[in-house]
Design a protein around this ligand. Sequence first.
Ligand code: ATP
Length: 312
Amino acid sequence: MTLTPVAPLPEHEVRVRAPGKVNLSLRVGPREDDGYHAVSTVFQAVSVFEEVVATPSEQRTLTVSGPQAELVPTDGSNLALRAAALLADRAGIDDGVHLHLHKGVPVAGGMAGGSADAAATLVACDALWRTGLSRDDLLELAAELGSDVPFSLAGHTAVGSGRGHLLTPALSRGEFHWAFAVQDRGLSTADVYAAFDDLHGTALVPDQDDDVPLMQALRAGDPRALGAALHNDLQMAALELDPGLAEPLAVAQDAGALGVVVSGSGPTVAALGRSRQHALVLAAAFTASGVADRVLTAAGPVAGARVVSSTD
Ligand code: ATP
């Protein structure tokens, strides 16, 4: 009798998608003793995605693809590998994993791409290793990894306080349409906060009441009111470090954006359109004027990190 070789079983693979974000409002307080700034922010998750594919492996390794992949570290400093290590430690697991990151979110662009990778990795390894941790456990680990990681896990629309990691879901109706002007040159979040300190010292104190019109605009699903309420305390600091950012801001205004703002610590500039079609017009204006290295369009809000496929 001859034995026919059995086809190898499909490798167990978990694929997770996590969104980038735009800060609809970012209000920053003075530097505190621990070096951090208290913030009051309103996050919206947008349809620009990181994808993380986790497969079993002896060690913990990482590969990266997508635009700007060469800018992303593949050693232990990568937030995704740090997320896998933290989860393994907390769950008492010693397994390896190979992580492949496909980056759709600009690197060092102020849209929390690294945080999205960390959130996606927590979800992917949790499924791969069957850790049995709860969503709240994962949120706690997320907060240890970085201020924006809990929101990448939660998605949709949320108010962030503390360092941005304490989240309260916010009501939002309908869909908002964005065009993003992306730059190849990144801005370091730490540098932008240092420039903020030089500019403002202790002058600004975040106050959630300042965002009442913004929250009303979200509840009403009113893009015009949302555009008027966009706000970023870090914008002046980002412009100080990268004066060229004035150009995409002006181009979006001239093209009739309902509002335009530097995203987080920049240098990505986010322009709000009246409709999906108008967001494409804004994107075309960015491209035609040569003020962006890359242009993206997206809609928000969208869900946080979630499994999109699993072979098991
Ligand atoms: P935020 O909006 O949270 O300030 P960001 O989107 O501006 O973040 P990231 O793309 O998350 O910035 O990364 C900033 C830096 O972190 C990069 O320049 C890189 O050196 C390092 N880094 C670590 N892990 C990652 C990762 N998985 N993806 C991208 N950068 C990473």
